[in-house]
Design a protein around this ligand. Sequence first.
Ligand code: DGL
Length: 278
Amino acid sequence: MIKDIKSIGVFDSGYGGLTILREIVKVLPQYDYLYLGDNARAPYGSRSFEVVYNYTLQAVTKLFEMGCPLIILACNTASAKALRTIQQKDLHRINPSGRVLGVIRPSVEEVPSLTRNGHIGILATVGTVASQSYPLEIEKIKGTSNFHVTQLACPMWVPIIENQEIETPGADYFVRKYVEMLLTKDPDIDTLILGCTHYPLLIHKIKQYIPSTVRIIEQGPIVANKLQDYMIRHQEIDERCSRTGNIRFLTTESSDLFENNAEVFLGKRIEATQISLD
Ligand code: DGL
């Protein structure tokens, strides 16, 4: 491992975080990145609070050990279930000068500028929906606006993506099913948050079943722009991140499998290294 590279760590349960990484790299190509996918234990979406927290803490600890000064949890489930506890209880012990950021708050901050009628739909994993993180964050930023938030868990979507079943009739069936269920719960939704970093990989299908007037919030570009702002506001972190434009990939599954699947998501061949987190 190259010791003096101080990469920005990007973590997800599997491939979903690649949708965040590819947008971050477009906006901030100068930095070095270390992506970690816990593919061997994905999906996280239906796992308990305790398990997601423990797995995420292991991943964060590993990325810090590998020299990352800053880590992005490019996973809503980990952001919902582990981010706050890690920031408040673990960080001072494992790496007091390190920083860990999530993807939920930045996405929610976009809501007021996008919705016209205040009806917000959230599609996410079972864990993210159950955590109530989105309604709670929206409540915090609402000011004088009135928001009507409707959430729906889509437990079949991540397995479809992780198993390369995106272009199949089965994927069409489950995309249509959950989108229609959400719109049945609230037909007035005008803004839809894709609250799972895997879901942009299904966006071409989601758009087939959602009225074209509905604005879809994809997290990649939002997180990328917010990270750029963050680096400007936090010079002390910015200075500690190295800049050689290097991107490395770690996975807890076989590196061959990761390399083949990541190529589909990133549109180019990459090299990955298999590691163990426990
Ligand atoms: N991509 C993750 C998210 O944003 C997790 C998906 C999963 O592992 O279930 O929630």
